[in-house]
Design a protein around this ligand. Sequence first.
Ligand SMILES: Cc1cc2nc3c(=O)[nH]c(=O)nc-3n(C[C@H](O)[C@H](O)[C@H](O)COP(=O)(O)O)c2cc1C
Length: 390
Amino acid sequence: MANPWFETVAIAQERAKKRVPKSVYGALIAGAEAGVTASDNVSAFDCIGFRPVTAGQGAERQMDVTIMGQSASMPVMISPTGVQAVHPDGEVAVGRAAANRGIPMGLSSFGSKPIEQVTEVNSQIMFQLYWAGDRDSMLARMERARAAGAVGLILTLDWSFSHGRDWGSPHIPQSFKPREILPHAPEVLARPGYCWSWIKSRQIPRLRVPNFVTGDDAPPLFFEAYGTWMGTPPPSWDDVAWLRSQWDGPFMVKGVVRVDEARRAVDAGADAISVSNHGGNNVDSAPAPIRVLPEIADAVGNDIRVLMDGGIRRGSDVVKALALGADAVLIGRAYLWGLAANGQAGVENVLDILRGGIDATMRGIGVDKVTDLSPDDVIVPDGFSPPPLR
Ligand SMILES: Cc1cc2nc3c(=O)[nH]c(=O)nc-3n(C[C@H](O)[C@H](O)[C@H](O)COP(=O)(O)O)c2cc1C
């Protein structure tokens, strides 16, 4: 490809689609059931308008914020994702890109690179845990993250193991045995750039989850770890409070979409929540986070930092989320597409697109500081948010 730079996240998505094998791309698209929520996450942003000004704006915009104690050059953070097989450098490339652009990164416990390799390139890593396995194994994962230099903990709770998508789930090999791998040969060979990147790196996609274990234990295969998680009963809010008490740094609960649960997260001692539905991968027909954000920010915004994620594809989406009460946003697919399209440079490209978009939007609406954004800066149609929870 002559020029790997792209000008929008939509173009990064197109490039990713052309570059990675069909099943890898399918895993990035993800979504649950009919994909109602996954698509509403994105389209809900289109319903919100702005009130542009014509003159009188400041000469510069100030975008830096603090996210869970970490300085961020813009109100954006990398959301944790299992980026298995997307790119040979995986989370290390994402970590470098985030460090170069001055933003913190969430690292998934289902990620493909050991946390020590990621904290080596980025000092602002927040480790993400699922409620998976017994308490001792969760504590051991947490301790490993602490020893590796993680500066925050993210507990993701919104996953209900729904399976089945109307467009078909990609087949993911359960192991690297020839009978599992060979059926993938045609789709992989049809993507020579992708093959070449793995050949050059002298690696193969291992589909193992190195951050799920500690000490000398061999990392389990993705599906083995997934089985452990699936077999673990969901936590109570007391369990959440217990985990929080075991971590002495900033702690986020990710996946809250209800006011009553946002209050429970405050009571459990969390420092932050992310209003999120796991990128439309949890219960389908859950509302887009941007729709429930205003009510949640109103209720707990003074007690806890309120982040949101789901559907962020442009800088203007970030501005809309901040206007409606978010302190910052997390991004998932946007950076995964950048990574798939062009590795570390692709992730940096996506972050630059968001920064440019935030800047242009704020200039357009005449707001100089991201922390000054308010609901007055956006036009929200009637019926945009679900009726308040009674
Ligand atoms: C392919 C994929 C893998 C994900 N893996 C994780 C994960 O391991 N841990 C987690 O907390 N969230 C995970 N998520 C959810 C993201 O962190 C984030 O909530 C979501 O992607 C935000 O929506 P967006 O993709 O529209 O930005 C994943 C999402 C996708 C698309």
